[in-house]
Design a protein around this ligand. Structure first.
Ligand code: SAH
Length: 363
């Protein structure tokens, strides 16, 4: 068992079962042994690959979206460009290259990264040297905020609830009977005591039938509400891209990836990436509570097509070798095809109510 596994086993034997959210928070974010604290998980050598790591086109098109949105809002200056969980900094490096062509934009821009992983922050510094780093969102300076979050919300902890005859009961993580101190074995179990009130659950799942599993991400709601409140105060826009569902729905979406393969979510805490589908309806409700308007979600494939991924691919291919041109076609397909990332991945934007139209969200 991993060092983190032993730590969690001790915690459970001393204090009792912990929520799935608590387990996930420790597995990913424990300050010493958490998954993100100890490694760069991205790419072929790692556990999973994200859109900016597939092609430079992704970050470039998001750069153009930022430029259009900034211009449509009358070029606020200065403004904050922030990214949540920037990974290796690839998306922002590609976006900044595209933004160089926009008169006045780079002078107005103040770049801020929110990142908890020291390993990834070091990679970001290599690729984007002149940002300011934060390990929490609330230390960002006040001002017009343009914010990007790609595959950030799927890494935030979720609570899980199962509908029993007696009501909605939370799923907790405990040690099974044949666990030992050296080899703990974690299993999910349902608490006997139901929730006193189902206010916590999304209104559209509260009446789901017995046996259904519902998920709630309090951390995601808090981020969405805080982002929305800043945009409501100062203007700007947020672009949230992730895999998940447009409408709240029941179902167990907690998953663990290790070396690009699915593994048991509770088996090797700290060694596998844990994520859950993002509930965009819940994000939109939280954003509304913060005073912002949610646009979309639209599917990633449709969004990238509207922003001009075809034209960008053609322009790159005009200067490429035949082999590079083939890679560009493969990347475009991975990002946009319905059976790849085009449909499961969705894009939502937040603005002030009444803000001008947004590229990719009209019609
Ligand atoms: N956006 C990048 C990386 C996605 S992986 C890309 O698309 O390639 C998730 C990122 O979020 C990592 O950088 C991880 O370290 C960061 N992260 C996870 N939980 C976080 C939290 N609570 N606060 C800040 N960053 C977090």
């Amino acid at each position: 068992m991993t060092a983190l596994g032993q730590h969690i086993a001790r915690l459970i034997s001393e204090t009792g079962p912990i929520s799935v959210a608590h387990f996930m928070a420790l597995a990913l974010g424990h300050p010493k042994h958490g998954y993100y604290m100890t490694r760069d998980p991205l790419g072929a050598q790692g556990d999973f690959t994200t859109s900016p790591e597939i092609s430079q086109m992704f970050g470039e098109l998001i750069g153009l979206w930022i430029a259009e949105t900034w211009i449509a809002q009358d070029r606020p200056s200065p403004f904050i460009l922030a990214e949540l969980g920037p990974g290796r900094g690839t998306l922002m490096a590609d976006a900044l290259r595209a933004l160089r062509a926009v008169p006045g934009l780079l002078d107005a821009l103040r770049l801020h990264f929110v990142e908890t992983s020291p390993v990834l922050a070091a990679a970001q510094k290599q690729n984007v040297p002149n940002a300011t780093w934060h390990d929490r969102f609330d230390t960002l300076p006040e001002g017009p905020l343009f914010l990007i979050a790609n595959e950030f919300f799927d890494a935030l902890p979720i609570r899980q609830f199962v509908r029993m005859e007696r009501g909605w009961c939370e799923r907790f993580v405990m040690l099974d009977d044949d666990s030992t101190a050296d080899v703990p074995h974690f299993v999910p179990a349902i608490t006997p005591v139901p929730l006193a009130s189902d206010d916590l659950l999304s209104p559209s799942v509260r009446n789901a039938p017995v046996g259904s599993l519902a998920e709630v991400s309090p951390a995601s709601g808090a981020f969405a509400e805080d982002i929305a409140a800043r945009i409501a105060r100062h203007g700007g826009a947020a672009l949230i891209i992730d895999y998940g569902h447009a409408k709240s729905a029941v179902g167990d979406t907690l998953q663990a990836l290790r070396a690009h393969k699915f593994v048991d979510a509770f088996e090797t805490p700290g060694e596998a990436d844990l994520t859950a589908h993002v509930d965009f309806e819940a994000l939109a409700l939280a954003a509304k509570a913060g005073g912002a308007l949610a646009h979309g979600p639209v599917e990633q494939g449709a969004f990238l097509h509207t922003l001009g991924i075809k034209e960008r691919a053609e322009a790159l291919k005009a200067k490429a070798t035949p082999e590079q041109a083939r890679d560009i076609d493969v990347a475009e397909r991975r990002l946009t095809a319905r059976d790849e990332m085009g449909s499961l991945f969705k894009v939502m934007a937040l603005t002030r109510p009444g803000a001008p139209g947004l590229a990719g969200f009209e019609g």
